[in-house]
Write a protein that binds this ligand. Structure first.
Ligand code: DUC
Ligand code: ZN
Ligand code: ZN
Ligand code: ZN
Length: 525
């Protein structure tokens, strides 16, 4: 027949348009979108009953079991993360391959990616995924190092279609100097890569952590005290300065601080190619969520160790509740290009004993915040939270904005568009989500009202969003034309594969230099 599947009676929502239409799907692709498609043309029909239909989400920031446990050992495999993603309406992931510094030479980075992909081929994947590359060591810390990296990046793109690199301005062992960041920017600029930046001033944070420990202030709450917003603002501004020096587009990941939002917005207004990502936790949680360690009175059955605040530790840390409005506004006004989850699922309870012991206790009997791994799960909650708390509560102006930051912009930013991130007939994969109509009368019996860990289908033993009320949860998630998740249940027909990417269609250098002599290849006349 003409179509494998027709979805009718829905409202099609893209990053630009909202309109009632039928969607015809054939061979895993969106084939037609039309006012009416006749039932007899398809093998299978879904009646969407007036529901909103959006492209599947793209979560371009997830951590799964990486080969080198630089930031600690996470609970989810790629298979687990794709499963949780699909249950929450996300149909593409971009995770991280880590530079393997035991490899050198022109294929060092290409082989780092290769080994990562090999780890995932045997896993059952529920949707497609791509990879960024984490760089934490510049092989030759001299101006000639830029040529080595240039060739290494060329190979990584040619061999595996990786077109983005993440660098850290914090963490002992991972932090790059300004000098090395310029080297990275030279090479990413030349190869059309996107440079992703974790902006926090690592030297100052190191000093503050030591000082807090000397004062005995080691509980989870003090993790946030050691990483104040001004240090994110400073590092963000410094990275913008480096990007301006090297005429390189940059992307700030997991932005949390109002000071950072301010310098990003000002740089954008000056015409700089600055992009930014925020995460649902910075819009919906606060530093108060890490406080539960305080005082015996707050201890209870659930929290015998006075340690439950560890569930809300991430970096950058959760901020004051008063910062949340800034995050929502920047999401709605275009300062933030995308929303990613920064899914980084560390087990709260000890894996082996299953007792009420966080892994940090194995390193130190007091559970000092320094040893608590920085991250929380979120790949399954990103879209439902943004739908209920963003769209329905009017913090996001409309559904086109919801689609833009969660689906379409991540695809454009990371070179996956228009195969992913839209519903363009003839070109887009049939990855989509059917949401409940607001006034749904019919619903699956267990229609969720609050977020619970069970709903998330991940391996992590908690969610920081436990108990958050949700008005909508994906009713159907369709991946490459197959209904993979329907009314709370998985249908056993999922497939996922590695995606090669194109260079970003948003990030291109502007060729504006503070002095012409700084231009690569400048020859004095
Ligand atoms: N940065 C991330 O992107 N994820 C987890 C921890 C971190 O610092
Ligand atoms: Zn980071
Ligand atoms: Zn305290
Ligand atoms: Zn991350």
């Amino acid at each position: 027949s003409l179509y494998d599947l027709i979805i009718k009676n829905g409202i099609v929502c893209t990053a630009s348009d909202v309109f009632p239409a039928c969607i015809g799907i054939k061979d895993g692709k969106i084939s037609s979108i039309a006012g009416n498609l006749e039932d007899h043309l398809a093998l299978e029909i879904i009646d969407a009953e007036g529901a909103l239909i959006t492209p599947g989400g793209i979560d371009a920031h997830v951590h799964v079991d990486e080969r080198l446990k630089l930031l600690g050992e996470v609970a989810d495999t790629m298979g687990d993360a794709t499963r949780s993603a699909v249950a929450g309406g996300t149909t593409t992931l971009v995770a991280f391959a880590t530079q393997d510094t035991s490899l050198t030479g022109p294929k060092a980075l290409s082989d780092s990616v290769k080994l990562t992909i090999e780890d995932y081929v045997s896993q059952k994947l529920y949707c497609d995924y791509a990879l960024h590359l984490i760089l934490f060591s510049v092989e030759k810390s001299s101006v000639t190092g830029k040529n080595i990296l240039d060739v290494q990046l060329q190979n990584v793109y040619q061999d595996y279609g990786v077109t983005s690199v993440k660098v850290f301005m914090t963490y002992p062992g991972l932090q790059l100097s300004d000098y090395d960041i310029l080297t990275v920017m030279y090479a990413t600029r030349k190869n059309g890569f996107t440079t992703m930046i974790h902006a926090e001033n690592g030297d100052v944070i190191k000093w503050l952590i030591e000082d807090l420990e000397n004062k005995g202030l080691v509980q989870p709450y003090h993790h946030g005290v050691s990483r104040p917003t001004i240090l994110e603002g400073e590092a963000t501004n410094r990275a913008i300065t480096l990007a301006q020096t090297m005429d390189t587009p940059i992307l700030f990941v997991h932005v949390s601080a109002p000071e950072a939002v301010d310098v990003i917005r000002r740089g954008q207004t000056r015409g700089m190619k600055i992009f930014a990502e925020t995460c649902p936790q910075y819009a919906l949680l606060s530093e108060e969520d890490t406080r539960c360690h305080h005082g015996v009175s707050q201890g209870n059955e659930e929290d015998p160790d006075q340690f439950i605040g560890a569930k809300d530790i991430c970096s950058p840390p959760l901020r004051k509740a008063a910062c949340q409005d800034t995050i929502w506004n920047a999401m709605d006004n275009g300062t933030f290009t995308i929303v990613g989850s920064d899914h980084c699922p560390y087990l709260y309870y000890d894996k082996l004993s299953n007792a009420s012991k966080h892994r940090a206790f194995s390193d130190t009997k007091n559970g000092e915040f320094r040893y608590i791994p920085n991250g929380m799960p979120g790949v399954g909650t990103r879209l439902p939270l943004l739908y209920s708390y963003g769209l329905l509560q009017r913090r996001l102006s409309n559904v086109t904005k919801f689609v833009e930051v969660n689906c379409t912009n991540p695809a454009k930013l990371y070179g996956l568009y228009p195969q992913k991130g839209s519903l363009l007939p003839g070109v887009s994969d049939a990855d989509l989500v059917i949401w409940y109509p607001d006034n749904a009368k019919k619903s699956f019996a267990s229609k969720p009202k609050v977020i619970s860990n069970k709903l998330l289908n991940h391996k992590c033993d908690y969610t920081p969003f436990e108990g958050f009320e949700i008005s909508n949860w994906p009713r159907y998630t369709v991946v490459k034309g197959k209904i993979v998740y329907q009314e709370g249940k998985f249908l056993d027909n999922a497939t996922g594969t590695y995606l090669k990417r194109m260079p970003s269609e948003m990030c291109a250098p502007r060729d504006r230099w503070p002095y012409p002599e700084l231009r690569p290849g400048y020859v004095p006349s």
